[in-house]
Design a protein around this ligand. Structure first.
Ligand code: RIB
Ligand code: CA
Length: 310
C-alpha cells in the first residue's frame, strides 16, 4: 500500500518532536514537509528545532519557515513547558542544513498542488499558516484529503480554564480553518490528557534506539505532565489517529471557535443546534481514546524489530 502523503504544520515543541519522529520513521506515512509556526517558542527556534529533528533522524524532509505571529493577537509562547529552546534536554549535533527560501505557505501550496494523491495536513501548532494558505490559495482545499489537528477541547483548557494553547494563540486562524469546509478531525485535550506515557514505557524507549534516547532526554525536561504521573504527548495523538484510528471513538459535531472576549480560543460544540437541525456537524471529533492501547502503540513504534531507522 502506498504511504499516505502528509505535511506537518508544527511548533516543535517536545510533543511535536515525538509526533514527527514517529511519523518520519513509519513507512505507512510519507512526510513531505515540516512547515513551522511561532507558538510554543518563536518561529526562529521552531524552525531550527525542525531542522535538528530531520538531520538527527537522517531524513531528507524539507523544512519551511512560516508565520512568526498570529493573525491578529500577540503570540504568547510557553518556554516554561518546552524549555527556552523549545526542545530542552538533548544536545543535538550542529545543524548543517537551512530551511527552504520560500515561505511555508508557498511550500505547502506547491507540494499540495503537485501531489498525485490528496495530502493530509497534520496541524499541531497554531493554525496561522493554514488560514493564510486557504485565504491566498483556496484552490488547494480540494487537493487536501483531511486536516488532522491537535487543538481545542470539550472540557476546559490548558492556557486558561477554557481555551487550549494552539487555538488560544490564534483563534481567528482556527475559525478560518474549522470553517473552511475541508474535512477536519480534532484531537482535543479531553482525549490527549488521557493518552499518557508513563515512566516505565519512557525508559524502554530510552533503551530502544538513538531516536528513543533523544525523545526520552527531551521528556525529562518536558512539563506537559511528568514521568511520575504520566506525560501528555498531545501531538502524538494526531499521528496515533492516522496510524491506529481504532484507538479513538469519534463523533461528528458542530465546532465553532470563540474569537473575542474572555473565552477567546474556546472550541464550542453546539450539540443542541445540531440535534434541532439548526447547524450541521463540521468536525470529526475524537471523543475518547483507549489510553492503554495508545501507550502500547507508542512503545511499538520504538521497540519494533531491528532494521528501524536510527
Ligand atoms: O495544548 C497542547 C498543544 O500546544 C501541543 O501542540 C503543544 O505542542 C502546544 O503547541
Ligand atoms: Ca505543538
Amino acid at each position: 500500500m502506498k504511504p499516505r502523503p502528509i505535511i506537518f504544520d508544527t511548533d516543535p515543541g517536545i510533543d511535536d518532536a515525538a509526533a514527527i519522529t514517529i511519523a518520519i520513521r513509519n513507512p505507512q506515512l510519507d512526510v513531505k514537509l515540516l512547515s513551522t509556526v511561532g507558538a510554543n517558542v518563536e518561529v526562529e527556534k521552531t524552525t531550527l528545532n525542525a531542522l535538528k529533528l530531520t538531520e538527527f533522524l537522517e531524513v531528507d524532509v524539507p523544512v519551511a519557515k512560516g508565520c512568526s505571529a498570529p493573525l491578529l493577537k500577540e503570540l504568547e509562547p510557553c518556554p516554561e513547558v518546552h524549555g527556552k529552546t523549545g526542545m530542552d534536554g538533548f544536545a543535538f549535533p550542529p545543524v548543517t542544513k537551512a530551511p527552504l527560501e520560500k515561505h511555508a505557505v508557498e511550500a505547502m501550496r506547491e507540494i499540495i498542488m503537485a501531489s498525485e494523491e490528496k495530502v493530509t495536513l497534520v496541524v499541531i501548532g497554531t493554525h496561522t499558516n493554514i488560514a493564510i494558505l486557504f485565504r491566498l490559495y483556496p484552490e488547494v482545499k480540494e487537493r487536501i484529503a483531511e486536516i488532522v489537528t491537535m487543538g481545542g477541547g470539550l472540557c476546559g483548557g490548558n492556557t486558561n480554564s477554557s481555551a487550549e494553547f494552539n487555538i488560544y494563540n490564534d483563534p481567528h486562524a482556527a475559525a478560518i480553518v474549522f470553517g473552511s469546509g475541508v474535512p477536519i478531525t480534532m484531537l482535543g485535550l479531553h482525549v490527549t490528557r488521557k493518552a499518557l506515557l508513563h515512566r516505565a514505557a519512557a525508559e524502554r524507549i530510552d533503551q530502544a534506539s538513538p531516536a528513543g534516547h533523544m525523545l526520552y532526554s527531551l521528556f525529562v525536561h518536558y512539563r506537559g505532565g511528568s514521568l511520575a504521573s504520566g506525560l501528555m504527548i498531545h501531538d502524538a495523538c494526531a499521528v496515533a489517529y492516522l496510524l491506529r484510528p481504532a484507538l479513538f471513538q469519534t463523533e461528528m459535531m458542530s465546532i465553532e471557535i470563540a474569537t473575542e472576549g474572555i473565552a477567546a480560543g474556546t472550541t464550542v460544540s453546539d450539540y443542541r443546534a445540531v440535534k434541532n437541525g439548526e447547524k450541521t456537524a463540521n468536525v470529526n471529533v475524537c471523543v475518547d481514546v483507549d489510553a492503554a492501547g495508545f501507550e502500547t502503540w507508542f512503545l511499538e513504534e520504538f521497540c519494533k524489530t531491528a532494521g528501524e531507522r536510527p
